[in-house]
Structure formats: structure tokens, C-alpha cells
Ligand binder design. Structure first.
Ligand code: ADP
Ligand code: TRP
Length: 323
């Protein structure tokens, strides 16, 4: 089984990205042949600053490696280093009905908010389909928000196969197990767009300050509280050992503590939890050539596979010509 997933470099990774997606991707590398890429072409629909996009692409790759993605087990690359994907995208686009794309959330939401949308955003799901089909991926682990795009991919691939004969592998979309919704500092879903994030590689002092500002209710110290409905406790649970979690839950039920105490404990846990990745990250940043080698190797491996699939598709639809 071949697993593939992409992640957009539109900001530094936050706890929602890590616990909701990245951690599970990384775990899959031990069981399956896996391809992971930094989706910088998709990010181009929102990040319009050249230097920022380059930096975020680099940071995303380094962060993934620091968080445990092992380049000897998984193929890690940058999306734009595989130009075959854009060629394949065009072949797919010629068979994609407008109506299918008009129903897609990202585009529909933007238009509903009265914002100008471009052709890149409109055809975003077709590029994503090309990303998936180019590597004969069987399984695409994603967050729930991306399931619609996997359906588009399956539709587009099935109609190509129907028209030209069996060419593409139809992938299965799968919502990641344990992809809990991680709350942000205001209790809403953690998201860049809500400005309520805690970044994985934030400076520990800055992180502690952000944690101390997490919004809590104003119940008095003495009052017992239900841990399960409290977002501060949910965040604590993500990082705690089962025993620490139980002890904290008992403290909530007993009452007689201040939220400040929980926040300090959470900041301590965060420092401990990300200590190793932080050290690995520093090591990688000290050796940028190593990172380039890893991404270069990954791109080469990915291109070999994408070229094979592109050749198959070109042959099938009659555009393989002199070369
Ligand atoms: P953001 O909402 O900050 O823009 P993205 O949409 O870039 O985040 O997230 C990339 C992936 O990370 C999503 O597809 C989803 O799987 C996961 N993710 C993001 N935020 C959360 C969250 N708060 N809880 C769980 N998973 C999340
Ligand atoms: N659209 C995905 C996201 O925003 C990123 C992505 C691009 C992707 N291409 C992909 C995910 C292919 C899975 C497979 O999260």
C-alpha cells in the first residue's frame, strides 16, 4: 500500500497541525511506503511574497524532519520539484466538469464572502488530484476538510479511466484516526485564520507567555470543574502521560486550584514534549546542505514515479508524440 499526503507551507506548524495530522503521517512511515511533500504550488494561491514562500517551504521541510519524518523510510520532497505533476494536471483539467469544481468548499466559500477568486484557487482540487494520481497512491490520509478533494480526485480519475482505459489507481481518502480537533488559545478550533495558535517550534519563553494568556472562565478557585469540557485540560492531555492526565483530571474534579497553575504545568510539558524535535531542528538548521540533499533525493525518487505515470496518461489520451 502506498501512502501519500501533502501539507501547505502557509505558516509555521501549530499544535493543531501536529496532533491533527503530522504526527499520524509520520507514524504511517513505519508501516507503509510513503510519500510526503510540501505543497508550495498550492500555497501560491495564498502566499504571494516570494521570500516568505521560500522560507515557509524550507521551514515546513525542516519541521517535518525534526518531528521525526525519516528520509530513509519516507520520500520527502517539494511539490514544485516534480514538474510532471503540472503536466498531468492539464490532462486531468481537460476532463474536469466546471460544476464539480464550483461545488468545492475553498472556492465556494471565498466567492460567498465576496472575495476575488483566481483560476488557481478554482482548479486547486485538480492539481491536488494530479499530486495523488502521479504516484499511484492507494491511500491519502487527510484532515476531514480535505475529503471532498479526494472525492474530486476519484471522480476525475474514474472518468479518465472510463474514457481512455485503465490508467490511474483510484485512491482511498481516509480521515486520520485520533485526529482530534485541537482547541486554540480562545477555545475555538486552533487555526492560523483565528490567530489562536500555539506553534510547535515557538521560542519556549514566548510559548509560555501565550499559554499564560489562554482564555479561561471565571469560576472561583475552590469550585470543582469538569476536565472533559475544558480546553486547557484538552491541550494538557495532548502532551501529558496517562498518569499526568489522570492526576490533573482529579485536581479539576476536586477544585481548589487556579487555572494559572494548570497553565504553568502545560508550559512545562510543552517544553519537555518538543525538546528532542527542537534539538533535531537546530542540528538540521546547522547543516542546510543536508536538508537540500534529502529534498533533492526525494524529488528524484518522486520524479521517476511521476514520469512513469505521466507517460502512461499521455499515451492513453494520445498526446505522447516525438519524445
Ligand atoms: P489552519 O486552519 O491553521 O490554516 P491548515 O488548514 O493548514 O490549518 O491545516 C492543515 C491540516 O492540519 C488540516 O488538514 C488538518 O488535518 C490539520 N489541522 C489543522 N488545525 C487543526 C485542529 N485545530 N485540530 C485538528 N487538526 C487540525
Ligand atoms: N490541500 C491540502 C491541504 O490544504 C494539501 C495537499 C495538496 C494535499 N496536495 C495534496 C493533501 C495531495 C493530500 C494529497 O491540507
Amino acid at each position: 500500500m502506498r501512502v501519500l499526503s501533502g501539507i501547505q507551507p502557509t505558516g509555521r506548524f501549530h499544535w493543531g497541525n501536529y496532533f491533527g495530522a503530522i504526527r499520524q503521517y509520520i507514524d504511517l512511515q513505519w508501516e507503509h511506503e510513503s510519500y510526503y511533500f510540501v505543497a508550495n504550488l498550492h500555497a501560491l494561491t495564498t502566499v504571494r511574497d516570494r521570500d516568505l514562500l521560500r522560507q515557509l517551504t524550507h521551514d515546513a521541510a525542516v519541521d517535518l524532519l525534526a518531528l521525526g519524518l525519516d528520509p530513509d523510510r519516507a520520500t520527502l520532497f517539494v511539490q514544485s520539484d516534480v514538474p510532471e505533476v503540472c503536466q498531468l494536471c492539464w490532462l486531468l483539467m481537460t476532463g474536469t466538469p466546471m460544476g464539480l469544481l464550483q461545488r468545492c468548499h475553498a472556492y465556494k466559500d471565498k466567492v460567498a464572502r465576496g472575495l476575488p477568486a483566481d483560476a488557481g484557487l478554482f482548479t486547486y482540487p485538480v492539481l491536488m488530484a494530479a499530486d495523488i494520481l502521479a504516484y499511484d497512491a492507494d491511500w491519502v490520509p487527510v484532515g476531514e476538510d480535505q475529503l471532498q478533494h479526494i472525492e474530486v480526485c476519484r471522480d476525475v480519475a474514474a472518468s479518465f479511466n472510463h474514457r481512455y482505459g485503465e490508467t490511474f489507481v483510484l485512491p482511498q481518502g481516509k480521515v486520520l484516526p485520533h485526529a482530534a480537533r485541537v482547541p486554540g488559545t480562545d477555545g475555538e478550533k486552533m487555526s492560523k485564520s483565528y490567530h489562536n495558535t500555539l506553534e510547535v517550534f515557538e521560542d519556549p519563553k514566548v510559548l509560555r507567555k501565550k499559554i499564560m494568556r489562554i482564555v479561561t472562565d471565571s469560576r472561583p478557585m475552590e469550585q470543582p470543574k469538569d476536565p472533559e469540557t475544558d480546553h486547557l485540560f484538552q491541550l494538557y492531555s495532548l502532551l501529558a502521560t496517562p498518569q499526568e492526565r489522570e492526576e490533573m483530571a482529579a485536581l479539576y474534579r476536586r477544585g481548589g486550584f487556579g487555572y494559572g497553575q494548570v497553565k504553568q504545568a502545560l508550559a512545562d510539558l510543552a517544553e519537555r514534549f518538543f525538546e528532542e524535535p527542537r534539538a533535531r531542528r537546530a542540528e538540521l538548521e546547522a547543516h542546510p546542505q543536508r536538508v537540500r540533499e534529502i529534498l533533492g533525493d526525494g524529488a528524484q525518487r518522486a520524479r521517476r514515479k511521476a514520469a512513469e505515470v505521466l507517460g502512461r496518461a499521455e499515451q492513453a489520451c494520445g498526446v505522447r508524440y516525438c519524445v
